[in-house]
Write a new protein. Structure first.
Length: 81
């Protein structure tokens, strides 16, 4: 479904259509509403390009959970670290 953004809104925001799509994709990813592949598709970017856009906005690409940390600790324990 196409999203129509009025030209005056783009002009007021100082963004092109592509720039607006990137902004929306970054914000939806940051809010946890889209996964990285879907956000990249919305922005019309490759995954690595979207990661660069996220980093430029200080939006973390990866957000480890407590489970991730516990898995890391268990793996380190197995290695004797």
């Amino acid at each position: 479904m196409p999203l129509m953004i009025p030209d005056d809104v783009l002009k007021q925001a100082g963004l092109s259509e592509h720039e607006m799509a990137v902004e929306i994709a970054c914000r939806l990813f940051d809010a946890g509403r889209l996964e990285l592949p879907q956000a990249a598709k919305l922005a019309g970017l490759a995954r690595v390009e979207l990661e660069e856009e996220l980093m430029a906005r200080n939006i973390p690409v990866y957000r480890p959970t407590m489970g991730d940390f516990l898995d890391d600790i268990a793996a380190l324990d197995k290695l004797g670290c």
